[in-house]
Ligand binder design. Structure first.
Ligand SMILES: NC(=O)c1ccc[n+]([C@@H]2O[C@H](COP(=O)([O-])OP(=O)(O)OC[C@H]3O[C@@H](n4cnc5c(N)ncnc54)[C@H](O)[C@@H]3O)[C@@H](O)[C@H]2O)c1
Length: 331
C-alpha cells in the first residue's frame, strides 16, 4: 500500500461513514487527503466522523452536483475515491429526481471533469449490490442479471456504467466495487436511511425494542467498514482492477432474526417481529448474499473482521458517541 504515501487523494462523500474510515486509513499511510462532502443533513456526513483526523485532511464542503467545484477539486489528484451518494432506497422512491441528480448525473459530470483536466487520475466508485434486485440464485456473482427494484438501484447502475465507459473509451482508469451491507463506527444511526442495522444499533443502545420487518428469515451478508476500506484500497492499487466490477461480501451469512438476536445477546435488549411497511415490502429483495470469489482471486481481498467482533466495536463506538449521532429523541 506504499503507492498512497504522499499521493494526492480526493474522497467524495469523505465525511460520511465509509469515506471517513477510508480517509483515516489513508492519512495513516501518509497520503495528502481532501474530503469533498455536502454535509446535507439527511445524508451520512457527520463532522464527528473525522474529529480525530480533522487537522490532517483538507475539507471542502461542496456538492458533487456543482461541476465547477468538481473540476477544481479533481485537478492534480492522483486518486479519486468516489463515494458521495444518496443512499436511501425509500428516499429514491419519494424523491427520484434528487437520486438521479446525485447518483447518476453528478457522476457523469465528475468523469467529464476528470476527462477535461486530469485524465491520468485513478478512480474507484462505490456501487451497490442493490442493483441485482431479487436474486435468481445465491450466492450472487457479478454475472447475475441486473434487475434493480428501486430508483436508487437504477441510478447507481448508471453511475457505475459511466465509470466503466469512461475507462473503456476515454482511458480514465476506473474500478467499481458493489458493496453489500456495510457497518461500523461512524455509520448513520439517526434513522434507517443508510441501513436498517444503524437504527437497530440505536434502538439497542436506547433500550428500546429492535423492530424486525416480516418473519425475519431474510438472509444477508455484512462487511465491517475496515474490510470495505481494504477493498477500496486494493482496487485503487491494482492495474488488474481497471475497468472491472467486483462484488464485496462475506461468508458469514445470517438471517435478520438471528442478527437481532445476536445484537440483544451482545448488549442486552429485545427485538420483535413487526409487519413490513408496504413501501418497504415493495422494494425488498428477499434473501441476498454475495459470491465475492472474483475479488478474492484477483485482488487477494477477503473480509477479516467477524460479525461478533465488528458489532461489539460498533456498539461501543455508537454508545460512547451517541450525542454526536442523534438528538436524544427515541427512534
Ligand atoms: N453503507 C452501505 O451499506 C453501502 C452499501 C452499498 C453501497 N454503498 C455506497 O457507498 C457510498 C458511501 O456510503 P456510506 O455508507 O458511507 O454513506 P454516507 O451517507 O455516510 O456517505 C455518503 C456521503 O456522501 C455525501 N453526499 C451525499 N450527497 C452529496 C452531494 N450531492 N455532494 C457531496 N456529498 C454528498 C453525504 O453527505 C455523505 O457524507 C455511497 O455511494 C453508497 O451508495 C454503501
Amino acid at each position: 500500500m506504499n503507492s498512497f504515501e504522499n499521493a494526492s487523494i480526493l474522497i467524495t462523500g469523505g465525511i460520511g461513514f465509509i469515506g471517513s474510515s477510508l480517509a483515516r486509513r489513508l492519512v495513516g499511510l501518509g497520503a495528502r487527503v481532501t474530503l469533498a462532502d455536502s454535509l446535507i443533513p439527511q445524508y451520512g456526513g457527520n463532522l464527528r466522523n473525522i474529529a480525530d483526523i480533522r487537522a490532517r485532511v483538507t475539507v471542502n464542503v461542496c456538492d458533487v452536483r456543482d461541476r465547477f467545484a468538481m473540476e477544481h477539486l479533481v485537478r492534480g489528484q492522483d486518486y479519486l475515491f468516489n463515494l458521495a451518494g444518496q443512499t436511501s432506497h425509500i428516499d429514491s422512491m419519494t424523491d427520484p429526481q434528487t437520486d438521479l441528480d446525485i447518483n447518476a448525473s453528478a457522476q457523469l459530470s465528475i468523469l467529464e471533469a476528470c476527462r477535461r483536466v486530469n485524465a491520468r487520475i485513478r478512480l474507484v466508485f462505490a456501487s451497490t449490490r442493490q442493483l441485482y434486485g431479487r436474486p435468481d440464485y445465491l450466492p450472487v456473482d457479478e454475472k447475475h442479471p441486473i434487475r434493480p427494484v428501486d430508483v436508487n438501484g437504477i441510478n447507481k447502475l448508471a453511475g457505475e456504467g459511466y465509470h466503466l465507459l469512461y475507462s473503456q473509451v476515454h482511458g480514465i482508469r476506473s474500478s467499481v466495487l458493489r458493496l453489500t451491507n456495510t457497518y461500523g463506527p461512524g455509520m448513520r444511526v439517526k434513522d434507517a436511511r443508510q441501513t436498517f442495522l444503524g437504527i437497530w444499533v440505536r434502538q439497542l443502545i436506547e433500550g428500546s425494542t429492535i423492530k424486525v420487518f416480516g418473519d425475519g428469515t431474510q438472509l444477508r451478508d455484512f462487511n465491517y467498514v475496515d474490510d470495505c476500506v481494504d477493498a477500496l484500497l486494493r482496487a485503487a492499487d491494482s492495474d488488474d482492477a481497471i475497468g472491472k466490477v467486483y462484488n464485496l461480501g462475506s461468508e458469514e451469512v445470517i438471517s435478520l432474526k438471528d442478527l437481532a438476536e445476536k445484537l440483544t445477546r451482545l448488549r442486552g435488549g429485545r427485538y420483535e417481529l413487526v409487519a413490513f411497511p408496504p413501501e418497504r415490502k415493495a422494494i425488498d429483495i428477499g434473501d441476498y448474499y454475495s459470491d465475492f470469489s472474483l475479488i478474492r482471486r484477483e485482488l487477494g481481498w477477503s473480509p477479516k473482521i467477524g460479525l461478533d467482533e465488528g458489532l461489539v466495536r460498533t456498539i461501543e463506538y455508537v454508545g460512547s458517541n451517541r450525542r454526536h449521532y442523534w438528538d436524544g429523541t427515541p427512534a
